[in-house]
Design a protein around this ligand. Sequence first.
Ligand code: ADE
Ligand code: ZN
Length: 324
Amino acid sequence: MDHAQLAALPKAELHLHIEGTLEPELAFTLARRNGITLPFASIEDLRSRYDYRNLQSFLDLYYALTDVLRTAEDFRDLTAAYLARAARDGVRHAEIFFDPQAHRRRGVPLAAVLEGLQAAVSASRDVSVYLIPCFLRDLGPDAAMETLGELLPFAGSFAAVGLDSAEVGYPPELFVDVFARARAEGLPAVAHAGEEGPPEYIRQALDLLRVRRVDHGVRCLDDPELVARLADEQIPLTVCPLSNVRLAVVPDLAAHPLPRMLDAGLAVTLNSDDPAYFGGYVGEVYARTAETFGLSAAEVHRLAETSVRASFLPPAARQRLLGA
Ligand code: ADE
Ligand code: ZN
């Protein structure tokens, strides 16, 4: 399939951190607008740092650059730029992660973040959007619970809650009370698990946090019993192949386990994670994955269809997209 055919496929993006769509050009523009001096000499200098050893070395840069996001207008411009880009890739629905704690700790109130995100969402013509605030697992369960308390007055604005940031050493079991409270308040759960962390973290996300989807989940392949369960229950996995390459989860795209995941009957979706940092928005993810693995048109259609089915959209809306 060529780019135009791939872009014509209606798809949902289910694993996208809005902070991870901050392109270097916009980062410099916002820094200027907010009177911030970035610790990078130029856009080229910044781009030269986009070479990560692992998840943590990426997160260090990601959180540092996030500092240019100060006002509702900044979050609006960031989100509007992503939605315009996503629409060109045939994204018809996006479930967008954001990190409230990464902003609050810099003194940016949740209300400003939400005002900006929602302004862009309301103006979006071609892409419907659900928002998913994520807890930063490395800040621990007490901070997550406090953040949940701040989020709850806005609960109607969110499709779910999520869990992200540094994985190893911060197992899902730490957050069982936080996710139980979110669930009691009517918020379903998703969680990053099995990106760098072991299969046990995926089991905990399922059994203790009761997640409806697993973000990444690629390390399930280390545990055949878990693979069988994920396939049997058709738990969606939001897989991000370009992210996995850039964060050294796999040595290169050809070594990515996507074909094995498909062969195992897993409910795989393709996503971009942090496209400004990993070298490709979701259209590029589909194109490079299809090319690398020689996926058939039917297989690519299936991936796009699974993304719509795995969304939190109500069944009638999913059906409308699938029939489009
Ligand atoms: N936050 C942004 N991108 C992330 C990723 N790939 N894993 C965990 N936390 C993240
Ligand atoms: Zn992610």
